[in-house]
Design a protein around this ligand. Structure first.
Ligand code: AMP
Ligand code: GLY
Length: 423
C-alpha cells in the first residue's frame, strides 16, 4: 500500500518508522519530511499546509491512506480535503481539530460538560482583559486563543507582566489573529502528565503516559521550547489517577465532542496537571505530541498501521492496543541558542549503530550529508526495562552523536526518577 504522512519533524519520523513495520506498507511519502526522514520514507517538497498541493499529490500518486500529524494542517482542514478526494485518513476533521485550534472553544466545552480545568474568563476586548488582570489573583495565566507555535502562554507573576501579556497579544497582535481573543485563567500547580489517546469517536484508548520537559535549560529554567526531552511512562500517573482521568476527563471529552456534532477521530492528546484537587486539563492537542511520540510509539507493541485504520473505520473497540511494560527516554539535541537565534548548516555525525534510535527533526541533506537546519535537530530514544537504564543509554548515545553547537539538557527524567525512588 502507498501511504503518506503530512509533516516533517521528529514526531513524523517516529510515526513513519513505526508504520514501516507493517508488511502491507510498500511506499511512504513524507510531505515535506526532512533529511533524516529520507532514510525511512520518500520526502516530497510540498509544505504541510499547502492543502491543494497535498490533495493533488495524493490523487496523482495513488496514495491509499494518509496520516496528518501537525496541528496547523489539521486545523486548516487537510483531512476534510483528503477525505473529499476519497482518501481515508488518520486525524480529526477541522470541526474537531478546533479542540486545539481555539482555547476559548476548549474551555467552553469543558465548562459545559463539567470536565475539570482551571477557572477562566475569555476576552475579545483588550480594555476588559486589562481591567480583569488588574485585580486577578497572581500568578495569572494569559493564553492566546489560537495556534501560536507553543508560544502563546504567559504565566504572569506580576501585575505588570500580565498587562504586558494582554497588550502584546491583543494590541500589538504578536500572534496575529490567534491573539485577538485571550483566555485568562487561574494558575494551577502539580506535576504535568501527557496522555496521548486513540479515539474513533466511540471509544477512547489511552496510550502509555509520558512527561515532556518544555524549558530550555536544566532545572526547568530558561525559555519555553517545543520540548527538550521526554520519558514514558510518567510515574506521577498512578493507576488511581488513570482511572479518575478515564471517568472524569477522557470519556467525557469524547462524548462532549459527539454531543457537539464534532466527532473526534485520531490522536487526542490530554495535557494534564495532577493538582491537589485531582487531575485537570491544561490543554488539548488534536494530534500526537512532539517529542512525546518519540517515547510512546517505541513502547507500542501492537501494529500502528492496524490501529490507525481501526480508528479511521470505527473499529477501535475490537482492536488490540498493547504497550510494553518497559520504559523509554528521549533526549533532544538542539542548536545552541534555540529557541531564539541559532546557526545552522553544521554536519551531523551519527554512528551507524545509532541510526535506528534517532528521530530527526531539523536537518537536511546537502551533497548526501546530513546538516542541521533547525533549532531542535534530533532526538535519540532508548527503551529498557526501567527508566534509569533507558535514560543512561539515551545519554550515552547522545554523547556519541556530534555536530557543532550541539546543546541538550542533562536532567531529562530526573524528576521522574526521584518520584520512582521515593516510592
Ligand atoms: P499550554 O500551551 O496550554 O500547554 O501551556 C504551556 C505550559 O504552560 C503548560 O505545559 C504548563 O506548564 C503551563 N500552564 C498552562 N496553563 C497553566 C495553568 N493554568 N496553570 C499553571 N501552568 C499552566
Ligand atoms: N510536547 C508538547 C506538544 O506537542 O504540544
Amino acid at each position: 500500500m502507498k501511504i503518506m504522512v503530512v509533516g516533517g519533524g521528529g514526531r513524523e519520523h517516529a510515526v513513519i518508522r513505526k508504520l514501516k513495520e507493517n508488511k502491507l506498507v510498500t511506499d511512504i511519502f513524507a510531505l515535506p519530511g526532512n533529511g533524516g526522514i529520507a532514510m525511512d520514507a520518500t520526502p516530497v517538497a510540498i509544505s504541510a499546509t499547502d492543502i491543494p498541493a497535498i490533495v493533488d499529490f495524493a490523487v496523482k500518486n495513488g496514495v491509499e491512506y494518509a496520516v496528518v500529524t501537525p496541528d496547523d494542517p489539521l486545523v486548516l482542514g487537510t483531512v476534510d480535503a483528503l477525505e473529499g478526494a476519497g482518501i481515508p485518513c488518520f486525524g480529526p476533521r477541522a470541526n474537531a481539530a478546533i479542540i486545539e485550534g481555539s482555547k476559548a472553544f476548549s474551555k467552553r466545552l469543558m465548562k459545559k460538560y463539567g470536565i475539570p480545568t482551571a477557572d477562566y474568563e475569555i476576552f475579545d476586548n483588550a480594555q476588559k482583559a486589562l481591567n480583569y488582570v488588574a485585580t486577578a489573583k497572581l500568578p495569572v495565566v494569559v493564553k492566546a486563543d489560537g495556534l501560536a507555535l507553543g508560544k502563546g502562554v504567559v504565566i504572569a507573576n506580576t501585575r505588570e507582566e500580565a498587562f504586558e501579556a494582554v497588550r502584546s497579544a491583543m494590541e500589538d497582535k504578536k500572534f496575529g489573529k490567534s491573539g485577538e481573543t485571550v483566555v485568562i485563567e487561574e494558575f494551577l500547580t502539580g506535576p504535568e502528565v501527557s496522555v496521548l489517546s486513540f479515539t474513533d469517536g466511540k471509544c477512547v484508548v489511552p496510550m502509555v503516559s509520558s512527561m515532556d520537559h518544555k524549558r530550555a535549560l536544566d532545572g526547568d529554567k530558561g525559555l519555553n521550547t517545543g520540548g527538550m526531552g521526554t520519558i514514558a511512562p510518567n510515574p506521577f500517573y498512578t493507576p488511581e489517577v488513570a482511572k479518575e482521568c478515564m471517568e472524569k476527563i477522557f470519556k467525557p471529552t469524547v462524548e462532549a465532542m459527539n454531543a457537539e456534532g464534532r466527532p473526534f477521530k485520531g490522536c487526542l492528546y490530554f495535557g494534564l496537571m495532577i493538582t491537589p484537587d485531582g487531575p485537570k486539563v491544561i490543554e488539548y492537542n488534536c494530534r500526537f505530541g512532539d517529542p512525546e511520540t518519540q517515547v510512546v510509539l517505541p513502547l507500542l507493541e501492537s501494529d500502528l498501521f492496524d490501529v490507525m485504520r481501526a480508528v479511521t473505520e470505527g473499529r477501535l473497540a475490537e482492536t488490540e492496543v498493547k504497550f510494553s511494560d518497559g520504559a523509554a527516554a528521549c533526549v533532544v539535541m538542539c542548536s545552541k541558542g534555540y529557541p531564539l537565534k541559532y546557526e545552522k548548516g553544521f554536519r551531523i555525525d551519527i554512528p551507524e549503530d545509532l541510526i535506528g534510535k534517532v528521530f530527526v527533526a531539523g536537518a537536511k541533506l546537502e551533497d548526501g550529508a546530513l546538516v542541521t537546519s533547525g533549532g531542535r535537530v534530533l532526538g535519540v530514544t532508548e527503551t529498557a526495562d526501567d527508566l534509569e537504564t533507558a535514560l543512561r543509554l539515551a545519554y550515552e548515545d547522545a554523547d556519541r552523536i556530534s555536530f557543532e553547537n550541539a546543546f541538550m539538557r542533562r536532567d531529562i527524567g530526573q524528576k521522574a526518577l526521584e518520584k520512582i525512588r521515593a516510592h
